[in-house]
Design a protein around this ligand. Structure first.
Ligand SMILES: Nc1ncnc2c1ncn2[C@@H]1O[C@H](COP(=O)(O)OP(=O)(O)OP(=O)(O)O)[C@@H](O)[C@H]1O
Ligand SMILES: [Mg+2]
Length: 284
C-alpha cells in the first residue's frame, strides 16, 4: 500500500481530458484482464498517468496478474475502513492499481450506498490520473452494467468464437436498450490475423447496427500469442516480459491509436461526466 503518485513521468499533454474506459466482454476468459494490464502499461509508457480499478468484484485477479501483493483492497474501502488512496498499489511502470478482493460474495452486487461511496472515492483521486481503466467481470451482472454505464466508453473484448460474439452482442444489447449507451469500442482478441479480426468485428457490428441501431467502433485486434499465458504464469505483463512479441506490438499500436483517435475523445466535462453517470445510476 503506497498511495504514491506516478513520479517518473507526468502527462505529456496537460490538455488530455480524463478518460474512463470500462473493459467488458459478455463471455468470460476472453482476455479483459490482460487487456487492462497491458494497455495500462502501454499508455503509461506514453506518459499518461493511469489508474486501473479491479472492478471484477468477488473474482478479482488483476493484482495476481501484475504480481503485486496488496495489503488492503477495494473491499476495505467499500466497507468504510479506509480511503481509496490508501489501497492504491504501484504496478509495473508506475501504473496505479486499485485492487479488489477475491472470494467474497458481499460485493458481487454493490448497494446504492456503496456506489455512492465509490463515486466519492474516485472523485477524491481527481487530478492524479489521466486515464482510468476498469477491469469488469464477465457477463451482464448489475455491477458490470453499473461500471460500463459510468465510464465514457465501454471497450468490448471479443474473440472470433461464435459464443464470444453472442455474449458480446447480449452485453451491447442490454447497455444500449436499457441504458441508452452508444459508445462502444470493439477489440478482437486472440485472432489468427487481421482478416479474421475484421470479419469478427464486421459480424458483430452488422447485427448491432441492424437490430439495435448502434454503431460500433473498431478499436483494433490482438493476435493469439503463446507469450500471453507464459506472462500470466510469471505474473508479468506480456509487454514487460516480451516487448517484441506480436501481441506486445499490437498493444503498443492500440495505445497509440487510442491516444490519436478523435473518436475516443471524451465529451466535454471530463471526469465530471463520469461522476454524473455514477451518481444518476446510483439514484436510479
Ligand atoms: N492474445 C492472447 N493470446 C493467447 N492467450 C491469451 C490472449 N489473451 C488472453 N489469453 C489467455 O486467456 C486467458 C484468459 O485471460 P484473462 O484472464 O485476461 O481473461 P478475462 O476476460 O479477464 O477472464 P474473466 O472473464 O475470467 O475475468 C488467460 O489464460 C490468458 O493467458
Ligand atoms: Mg478478468
Amino acid at each position: 500500500m503506497s498511495g504514491q503518485q506516478p513520479s517518473a513521468m507526468t502527462s505529456q499533454d496537460a490538455r488530455v481530458p480524463v478518460r474512463a474506459i470500462a473493459v467488458a466482454s459478455g463471455k468470460g476468459g476472453v482476455g479483459k484482464t490482460n487487456v487492462v494490464a497491458n494497455l495500462a502499461l502501454a499508455l503509461r509508457r506514453r506518459g499518461r498517468r493511469v489508474i486501473v480499478i479491479d472492478a471484477d468484484l468477488g473474482l478479482a485477479n488483476l493484482d495476481t496478474l501484475l504480481g503485486v501483493n496488496p495489503r488492503a483492497t477495494l473491499r476495505h474501502v467499500l466497507h468504510g475502513a479506509c480511503p481509496m488512496r490508501d489501497v492504491l498499489v504501484e504496478g509495473p511502470g508506475g501504473i496505479q492499481l486499485v485492487p479488489a478482493a477475491s472470494g467474497f460474495e458481499d460485493l458481487t452486487q454493490l448497494t446504492d450506498a456503496q456506489r455512492l461511496l465509490l463515486l466519492e472515492q474516485v472523485d477524491s483521486l481527481e487530478g492524479s490520473f489521466d486515464i482510468l481503466l476498469l477491469d469488469t467481470g464477465a457477463g451482464i451482472s448489475p455491477n458490470v452494467l453499473f461500471f460500463a454505464t459510468a465510464a465514457h466508453e465501454t471497450l468490448v473484448v471479443v474473440t472470433p468464437e461464435p459464443t464470444a460474439l453472442t455474449d458480446a452482442y447480449a452485453l451491447v444489447k442490454v447497455l444500449s436498450t436499457r441504458y441508452a449507451e452508444q459508445r462502444f469500442g470493439v477489440l478482437v482478441n486472440m485472432a489468427r490475423g487481421e482478416f479474421e479480426a475484421k470479419r469478427t468485428f464486421t459480424h458483430l457490428s452488422r447485427v448491432a447496427e441492424r437490430f439495435l441501431h448502434v454503431s460500433l467502433r473498431y478499436a483494433g485486434w490482438l493476435p493469439f500469442d503463446p507469450e500471453v499465458p507464459e506472462a500470466v504464469r510469471r505474473q508479468r505483463a506480456v509487454l514487460d516480459l516480451a516487448p517484441g512479441a506480436p501481441v506486445s506490438r499490437a498493444f503498443d499500436a492500440l495505445a497509440e491509436r487510442m491516444l490519436a483517435d478523435p473518436h475516443t475523445e471524451v465529451p466535454k466535462g471530463g471526469l465530471q461526466f463520469f461522476f454524473r453517470r455514477l451518481l444518476s445510476e446510483a439514484r436510479a
